[in-house]
Design a protein around this ligand. Structure first.
Ligand code: ARG
Length: 493
């Protein structure tokens, strides 16, 4: 169950038909069309439309309850806003570039639909506390959606792990074959990384919890607004504690972007392994046709564009974080128009991350694994050299001495082009008297893997337990997300 987020079509708005409406009674001259184009945000902040209307409905109800407007007016405002919401959801809201941003677009449309009562909606409110509220509502939705996406990818990795519990491949360090591991163990590494990513979004969401509404432009309001009321109606824990902070801060968005950037960096590593592994040099996996592309020139090519793009888009999301960090740096309190620049990087990051999670889940789910080829690479007896040293340690040899002796054994095999397993007990004893048998007796791939049964290791039973734990954690995460959705449903998303 995925929540729809409305994403902007990044289209340059043309000159508006009814431009020149100066803002308020103070102005004698119309805004220059270039300035109007330059400062308008409707072509991207329309992504906040649902959240904006939701905030306005809560605000209108509160105004009625607090006696700041009549009950009839409150009802008329809510009814009108509902019509606006319907238009937004049905994708027939007439976004008007002349009305600058989403807040003024909604209010202008409310005027058309509900009449002059619309003039009462903005009582005790500024676009500054309004946009800060919208943004937190958006972030809450986005964090939930991203957590769902992460959960889906983790689920696919766990399924692949179940299927490949007994598939063995070399584990790598420095991209050199190091020690054999189960493919399930390898996939589970990403399940862990992505699990931490999901908790980063959950942690950040704990700081989306105080409602800015009622902070006004910067210093609150002289009107007796009920801040607790709007906060509760919108599913916040309560009203924010400082009006200046509420309208001037964007660290919630920064934190989301930081979590998104880290998550993308993790995805880029999985993506890079899919690129490497699908090369003829490795030949470990083949991407399904649905998740790869051909070359316009070379008929034999099957290119891993999907993981390559995930790898590439990581730069973009890291850039989104940098863009907002630099925008915020040194901004004096309280609201400054610079803050409007928070939205495009944020929307871009949410949109990019969700897409990447989705396509990677598809690519991994449909991946064909060349089990035999992985196994053949893991059969390299040199991968068991560490085991040989640890056998000596069990015989009471200090590890450094064992490492040195096995190093000489390996050097000998390389020099004489010998298979490590061909060395007899006598051969080995020439390198260290404590070797308790022939290499063929001492070294066995299955036994080596099974011996790695410490928590977090790659033995079969250990990995099976890890898979079961991951499945349990995924079930719990999905139940938490369902509960959050239910709460949002209740507070009239
Ligand atoms: N579009 C503006 C933004 O995104 C809304 C707030 C405008 N406030 C103002 N004082 N001009 O930040």
């Amino acid at each position: 169950m995925r929540k729809p987020l409305i994403f902007p079509t990044f289209r340059r708005m043309g000159e508006s038909h009814n431009r020149g409406k100066a803002w308020g009674g103070r102005f004698r001259q119309a805004t220059d069309p270039a300035v109007e184009r330059f400062s308008a945000s409707i072509h991207f902040d329309r992504a906040l439309a649902r959240h904006d209307v939701r905030g306005s409905i809560a605000h209108a109800r509160m105004l009625g309850r607090a006696g700041l407007i009549s009950a009839d007016d409150a009802e008329a405002l809510v009814a009108g806003l509902r019509l606006v919401l319907e238009e937004i959801q049905a994708d027939r809201f007439p976004f008007d570039p002349a009305a600058e941003d989403i807040h003024m677009n909604v209010e202008a449309r409310l005027h058309e639909l509900a009449g002059p009562v619309a003039g009462r909606l903005h009582t005790g409110r500024s676009r500054n506390d309004q946009v800060a509220t919208d943004l937190l509502l958006f972030l809450r939705d986005a964090a939930g959606a991203v957590r769902r996406g992460i959960g889906e990818l983790r689920g696919v990795l766990v399924e692949q792990g179940r299927e490949h519990l007994d598939t063995i491949l070399p584990g790598y360090t420095h991209l050199q074959r190091a020690q054999p591991v189960r493919l399930a163990h390898h996939w589970l590494a990403y399940v862990e990384m992505l699990g931490r990513d999901a908790t980063r979004f959950a942690d950040a969401a704990a700081r989306f919890s105080l409602a800015p509404l009622g902070s006004g432009a910067l210093a609150g309001s002289t009107l007796p607004l009920d801040r607790e009321d709007t906060a509760a109606a919108l599913g916040f824990e309560g009203p924010s504690r400082n009006s200046l902070d509420s309208v001037a801060s964007r660290d919630a968005a920064l934190e989301f972007l930081a979590a998104a950037a880290i998550c993308m960096v993790n995805l880029s590593r999985l993506a890079e392994e899919l690129v490497l592994w699908s090369s003829s040099e490795f030949g470990f996996v083949e991407l399904s046709d649905a998740y790869s592309t051909g070359s316009s020139l070379m008929p034999q090519k099957k290119n891993p564009d999907v993981p390559e793009l995930v790898r590439g888009k990581t730069g973009r999301v890291v850039g989104d974080l940098m863009a907002l960090l630099v925008t915020m740096k040194g901004l004096p309190l309280a609201y400054n128009r610079d803050l409007q620049e928070d939205k495009e990087p944020l929307f871009d990051a949410v949109h990019t991350l969700r897409d990447c999670l989705e396509v990677l889940a598809g690519a991994v789910a449909t991946l064909r694994v060349d089990v035999a080829r992985m196994r053949a690479a893991a059969e390299d007896p040199m991968l068991l050299a560490t085991d040989l040293a640890e056998i000596l340690v069990r015989e009471g040899v200090p590890f450094r001495e064992a490492h040195e002796a096995v190093g000489r054994v390996v050097g000998h095999c390389v020099e004489k082009d010998l298979d490590l397993r061909s060395l007899s007990g006598e051969d080995l004893k020439a390198f260290h008297a404590a070797f308790p048998g022939s290499a063929a007796e001492l070294l066995d791939l299955e036994r080596s893997i099974e011996a790695r049964s410490l928590t977090g290791g790659t033995a079969r039973a250990t990995v099976e337990t890890a898979l079961a734990r991951a499945e349990e954690a995924l079930g719990a995460e999905s139940a938490v997300l369902d509960a959050l959705d239910a709460r949002d449903e209740e507070t009239g998303r």
